[in-house]
Ligand binder design. Sequence first.
Ligand code: ADP
Ligand code: MG
Length: 692
Amino acid sequence: MSSRDAVRLSCESPLTALKGIGPVRAERMESAGFHNVGELLHLLPIRYEDRRRVSRLEDVREEGQYTLTGWLEDLRPLRISRRRLTLVRGRLVSGEQSLRVVWFNRPYLSSQVESKVEYVLHGAVRRRADRWELVNPSVEPVERARLAGRVVPIYPSAGLTPAELRRFISSAIDGLDSEQTAEPIPFGLRERHGLPCLGPALEYLHRPPPEADVDALNAHSTAQHRRLAYGEMLCLQLQLALRRRRVLQSRKTHRYDLGPELQDMLESRLPFTLTDAQRRSLDEILRDLDAPYPMMRLLQGDVGCGKTAVAALALAAAAESGLQGALMAPTEILAEQHYDGVRRLLGERYPIVLLTSSAASRSESRRRLESGKVSLAIGTHALIQEQVRFSRLGLVVIDEQHRFGVEQRRRLQLKGDHPDLLVMTATPIPRSLTLTVYGDLSLSVIDELPPGRSAVATRVVPREQREEIYVWLEKELATGASAYIVLPFIDESPAVDAESISGFGRELQIRFERYRPLILHGRASSDERAATMTAFSSGDAKVLLATTLIEVGVDVPDASIMIIESAERFGLAQLHQLRGRVGRGQKRSDCVAIHGELAAEGRQRLDVFAGSSDGFRIAEADLEIRGPGDVLGTLQAGLPAFRVADLVRDRALIEKARVDAREMVESDEAQARRLAFALGATTAGSDFLAGA
Ligand code: ADP
Ligand code: MG
């Protein structure tokens, strides 16, 4: 036991307060993300080994983890140079019994182990070639064994070796008087959720008591785990709630004329009737526009559910009120399509300009925008350039929000005086992620598709059987169908087992020559791309060979076939997006995912894809299969790097933290601010909002 009298630590203590950590090490740990004792203690074990029971060699009867004691004999290093691996083999002997032991990459063992010393080993026993073998166990002399008889935490490597981490964390726990450790979360909240205090929770997790439930520890589901996860999420939710409150307290200077006739008038311009979900969302938006504070709303819904149509009506409401509206999209194709689409939906009633990096007459457009002659501007990043000025920007709509950074969204907002903000996402994301990444926004969900859409029949087919698919495609094309064929790469690469436009795509181009196949990828100029899209949507060309450039938003209602080559290369959200390009018209639609060799995860992904067409369900499954990091890798707006909380495992807690945070911000804003700050001192999430 180390002595407790030397240091008195708190979570805010610098790392150098720990024995063995000098300035050099502290710097190394800072670069690994640890700035104080509290942050270090929030690095929890990835798993726990149960070494409470020491077994005898004769007890080894099945595979599993064992703690065993005995003497080590016949240790021999073996070098397997081809695989750059060293092996040490030997035997663990106790009485009459002996067990084979093998270590990987620990060549020093054979010279360190002494024959007269009894050791305690812990590791996995496996059955190999009719014999039991202990694989890569830890080794400690029995006399000095600190770990035997305990539940042993195993740490991830975080700029330090696991042994170093164990040592420093252990001395931090020694120095921290857990009963006296400050607990920032109020008693009422901890009691409501049955959560222990911070100090004891940390001690428990780093030094589990002998009676601890190892399964619960390994599942990260103990009350102590939940206390830490909740703290992180509450910290983030408080910041989001505070930010939201700040906006709701600000006053916008523009007003809308939203008489009761307006909605009827708006809807009467549409060539179709809104679905119930669209109307509900539009109502929510119009109510926000009518409020004295700026709108901050996220409009979510599956591909093709009609988000753009709703956004167009909101823009029309701005234009009707003598205000300007801006719609920003991440690609030129999409911006152009929105430009055509909005004009089609709203007619010629409102002057609209298109602003992209290649749109002609840009300076003319800018002039008309600045003078107020134009009501609506639709474009790409070009919209946020310095020279673009509005005369009375009231409403900002951002399509495919996740493709833009927080900074870009803000730059567009700053072109007006507290304009209303509507953001849209390309694909649904799971609620737990929505509450985390967009937690400061109000949420409107369109959860139904316009009538008359037939479900897209989806097939998943191995590459060996694709000839049948192309024979079928030939027949479909002959009867007038239009098809997309998506390939993951532009160029062929011998190193990658995946199809490309210049490789297999070329074969397809020749094979379907009669249907005038066109090629669409990011390397073509935007003029070429626009010409390609026009030819495909008008039906001049019946086959479009493309990269995932068409993933986002492209809308050609007559296209009814989507073939995805090397489908294992794509994430679930991407596959779903691609499938959403068809099934937009009256025609029955088909999607075929053709795959090469599949790993287990790929199989799982394609099964989910074939089994469901509900974007929200697919998003949840994606989150479970890949984990939040990967799913959100595409969310440039970013996600706080939680140290403990997990968006899959702890999703129920997120809802609670959000409710608690909003309540506290309502009832006592100063307390909420202090709590967010105190929690931010040791948990993640504090950087996340810095730029927001
Ligand atoms: P999203 O932006 O959600 O992907 P869009 O707004 O682009 O969806 O709509 C997809 C297609 O459905 C468009 O062709 C649009 O004109 C059409 N559409 C939208 N709402 C309706 C509706 N209520 N009834 C019929 N068609 C609709
Ligand atoms: Mg869209």
